[in-house]
Design a protein around this ligand. Sequence first.
Ligand SMILES: [Zn+2]
Ligand SMILES: [Zn+2]
Length: 389
Amino acid sequence: MIFADLHIHIGQSLDGKYVKITGAKTLTLPNILEVARDVKGLSLVGIVDSHSMGVQQDFKTLLASGDLRPLSTGGYAAHGVTVIPGHEIELQVGEGYAHFLAYFPYIEQVGKYVGSIKNSIKNWQLSTQRGFLPFELWLEAVNRAEGIWFPAHVFTPHKGIYGNCCRRLREVLPILPNAIEIGLSADLSMAESISELESVVMFSNSDAHSLPNIAREYNSFAHTDPSFGGLLDLIQSKTKTGVRNYGLPPRVGKYHRTYCLNCENVVKSNPPMLACPDCGSRHVVMGVLDRLVSIADRPMGKHNVSTYVHQVPLRQLPGIGPKMYERLLKAFGTEMDILHFIDEEELRPIAGEKVAAWIIKARYGELKVEAGGGGLFGRVVDILSLPVE
Ligand SMILES: [Zn+2]
Ligand SMILES: [Zn+2]
């Protein structure tokens, strides 16, 4: 079994230039590889700012130093973690704008892809820029460069395709994608309320803008080779069985319910709430749940822990402050080792009884969640702090 996070940004390229302005300076390609492998315990990562001129150069630098080694099936081995170069782009579909992810076997194909759509983006150093070209032309550029693609964080009101552009992908895209990224504030059972997603592969990724947020959401694959070719097989559903998503409980997400910009309150009435029930204003940030209920064509699926585990990152569990976190890593290796493999009996002498019990609860998706009130974020019962980004 391997763990994968396919949506990680770059804060800066090694030449000191900004890539993601809102990203952390420490979020560089070598730092991501080190943290993903040695701290998080991931086997496969996707870097979605590989289009950037500076980042393309960083790949070449690491290849020259031997820290990256091209795999015959695509992607690069970095001493135990595989990295796949990719790009996140914003495109107009229907009436709105949405983010899409593309991945390529090697940096040469990234260069080819960038070359063919270069005139459609203003600043090729920066992250997730708007592409001024029709979706079909973008798709052609991805295909010509042997890439694969899927829409990003599809349900979020901020540039998610269902959240922002359409009720059905078929209405706005020339073909149905083989995969989607679910995104924060939603989960698999929610996504299953849209029947056109029946056979689409679902991913959960971190969309990390900082090193600690890597693997905030992630996937485990049971039959997938950690390489570009492995990802291609998975997306073409050849190794789809054995995919499991690990994601924040949707109710803690900051876009889960509709938010009234006038009252500055999260609405609490039954979904879908498309306007504020208190003041009647339609000046709202639509909640992911409200949007989903309003566009669903069948009931929500039953939550199934064998395909989707509600989990919060290790550092967000009660009793795990910076010191305890370091102690756990020192004793057991990586976050994935601790979250998935170490027995409770082994955890107890290092973590204490309570923390060991919380880790086991997180492992099996048994954390209790309360929908929040009055703020942007929901709340996990007994969870002290939540990721705020
Ligand atoms: Zn995005
Ligand atoms: Zn992103």
